[in-house]
Design a protein around this ligand. Structure first.
Ligand SMILES: *[C@@H]1O[C@H](CO)[C@@H](O)[C@H](O)[C@H]1NC(C)=O
Ligand SMILES: *[C@@H]1O[C@H](CO)[C@@H](O)[C@H](O)[C@H]1NC(C)=O
Ligand SMILES: *[C@@H]1O[C@H](CO)[C@@H](O)[C@H](O)[C@H]1NC(C)=O
Length: 408
C-alpha cells in the first residue's frame, strides 16, 4: 500500500520540480505530506501508520527542494497532525531570504512574528486558503495588516473559491500596503505580480515606490457571483453611533482602552448608520480552540442600528458614507513583541471601501509613539490628502493592534 502512495506523491513532486526548471522560477507550493511511521518504534504513531501534515514545499530554479514548512496552526483540519514548531526559510540567488508560514498561522506569534523579530526575516511567501470574515478578517485585510504591522514584504497566494468564502491574493510591502492584489468574486483564478523593493525596514526608513497599486476604488466590477462571508460576533465590543453632523467622537472599552476619532463627513448625502467600535481583549477562533488578544478602534458602516448589521455585506443601493477627512487615535496599546526600535508587531491600519477592497495605504499616514510621561504606546492614523480622499466611501477603517495568541 505504501509504495503506491509514495509513487503518487513523488509524481506530484516530480512534476512541480520540472515546472520550476522549465519556468526558471522558485516555486512555493502547499501540499499534503505523509511521513510514515511504525507503532513498534514510535508509540505516538497514528493508527493509519503516518503523520499527515499541511506542508509548504519550496523548489529552486533547478527544481531542487530547498525548504519545507509544516503548518503549525491548523484550522479545522482533522485530516492533519500538529507538527513540532519549525522556523523555515530559504535563500534565493537574488540575495533575499524568505520565511514561510501558511494561512491561519498569520494570526499567531509562532512561527510568523518570531521569524521577523528573532530571525530578522523581512520577506515572506504565504500560501493560504483563507475564509473571509467581516469586518476585520478578510484575506486581503489580514495580509495587508500583517505586512504593515511587521514592516515586511508579504507574497500571499490564496485559493479562489468565493462560494466557499475563499478569495484574495496580494503582494504587500510594509506601510506601503498592497503593491498589487486581487479580491473579486468574478475574476476567476488570477496571477498577481509586482516588482517588490528589497529593503530592511528595521534599519532604514528609506523606501522607493516601484509601482502604483493596480486596483482602484471605482473601476472594479461589483462583487459577483456569490461570495460567502463569515461574520464576526461583535457582542462584547463597545460601540456608539457616529453622528454625521458632529466632527469627533470618543469611546473607551472597559475604561482602559480608548479611541478618539475626528472626521468630516458629507452629512447632506448620508442618512445611514456609522458606528465607532472599540475593543480590547481576547477573541477565540476556530471553535474556541485558539485565541488571540487584540485592540481595535474602528469606524464601521452598518446597515441599521444593530451591531450585527455591521458584519453584513451592504448592497450596492445602500447609502454609503462619504468622508473628506478621518483621523483615528488609539491608546494605550499593548505591545508584546518589539517596540519603536524594532518596529515589529506594531499597530496597523485596516482600510476597506464599501465593496471590501483595500483603500490604498497611501491615502493614510500612520504614526506610532511612546508617551514620554506615561510610557504608553499610542497610535494614530489620518488621511493624507483631502483632494485624493474626498468622497471616499468606507466600510471599515480600523486601527488594530494584535497581541498574538496561541492554542487553548
Ligand atoms: C463575550 O464575553 C463572554 C464573557 O467573558 C464570553 O464568555 C464570550 O465567549 C464572549 N463572546 C465572544 C464572541 O467573544
Ligand atoms: C455632498 O453630497 C451632495 C449629494 O451627493 C453633493 O451634491 C455635494 O456637493 C456634497 N458636498 C460636498 C461638500 O462634497
Ligand atoms: C438590521 O439588519 C439586519 C441585517 O444585517 C437584519 O437581519 C435585521 O432584521 C435588521 N434589524 C432592524 C431592526 O432593522
Amino acid at each position: 500500500m505504501h509504495d503506491l502512495n509514495l509513487f503518487l506523491f513523488c509524481k506530484i513532486l516530480y512534476r512541480l520540480s520540472c515546472a520550476a526548471i522549465q519556468s526558471k522560477l522558485y516555486i512555493v507550493v502547499n501540499l499534503g505530506e505523509v511521513e510514515y511511521c511504525d507503532f513498534n518504534t514510535d508509540s505516538s504513531c497514528p493508527s493509519d501508520d503516518g503523520y499527515h501534515y499541511n506542508t509548504n514545499v519550496v523548489f529552486d530554479r533547478n527544481g531542487a527542494i530547498v525548504s519545507r514548512y509544516r503548518k503549525f496552526h491548523l484550522y479545522f483540519e482533522p485530516q492533519f497532525n500538529y507538527p513540532t514548531l519549525e522556523y523555515s526559510t530559504f535563500n534565493t540567488d537574488f540575495g533575499v531570504e524568505f520565511g514561510l508560514f501558511t494561512c491561519f498561522d498569520i494570526i499567531f506569534a509562532h512561527p510568523a512574528v518570531e521569524l521577523v523579530v528573532n530571525l530578522g526575516i523581512h520577506n515572506f511567501a504565504f500560501p493560504t486558503a483563507w475564509i473571509d470574515e467581516l469586518p476585520f478578517l478578510t484575506a486581503i485585510q489580514s495580509q495587508a495588516l500583517w505586512a504593515q504591522s511587521n514592516q515586511v514584504n508579504l507574497l500571499a497566494s490564496g485559493y479562489h473559491q468565493p462560494d466557499r468564502g475563499s478569495m484574495g491574493s496580494g503582494i504587500y510591502s510594509g506601510d506601503e500596503g498592497a503593491l498589487n492584489y486581487v479580491f473579486d468574486a468574478s475574476s476567476g483564478t488570477k496571477l498577481v505580480t509586482s516588482l517588490v523593493p528589497i529593503t530592511s525596514y528595521h534599519t532604514t526608513s528609506y523606501f522607493k515606490r516601484f509601482q502604483q497599486p493596480t486596483q482602484s476604488a471605482s473601476q472594479d466590477p461589483p462583487l459577483e457571483p456569490y461570495h460567502m462571508w463569515l461574520r464576526e460576533d461583535l457582542t462584547n465590543c463597545s460601540y456608539k453611533p457616529i453622528d454625521p453632523y458632529l466632527n469627533h467622537e470618543f469611546l473607551c472599552h472597559e475604561n482602559s482602552f480608548c479611541c478618539n476619532i475626528e472626521y468630516s463627513l458629507n452629512s447632506t448625502s448620508y442618512s445611514g448608520h456609522l458606528k465607532l467600535l472599540v475593543f480590547d481583549g481576547r477573541r477565540t477562533v476556530a471553535a474556541k480552540r485558539d485565541w488571540f488578544e487584540w485592540q481595535v478602534c474602528a469606524i464601521l458602516h452598518c446597515l441599521n442600528d444593530t451591531l450585527e448589521s455591521c458584519t453584513e455585506s451592504s448592497p450596492e443601493s445602500s447609502n454609503h458614507p462619504k468622508f473628506n477627512f478621518i483621523k483615528i487615535q488609539a491608546q494605550p496599546l499593548k505591545v508584546e513583541y518589539g517596540d519603536e526600535e524594532t518596529s515589529a508587531a506594531q499597530p496597523g491600519m485596516s482600510l476597506l471601501d464599501t465593496k471590501f477592497r483595500l483603500i490604498p495605504q497611501s491615502q493614510f499616514k500612520i504614526l506610532r509613539w511612546r508617551d514620554s510621561t506615561t510610557g504608553n504606546m499610542n497610535a494614530e492614523a489620518e488621511t493624507t490628502s483631502t483632494s485624493e480622499i474626498s468622497h471616499f466611501q468606507v466600510k471599515t477603517v480600523a486601527l488594530i493592534q494584535k497581541v498574538y495568541g496561541g492554542r487553548l
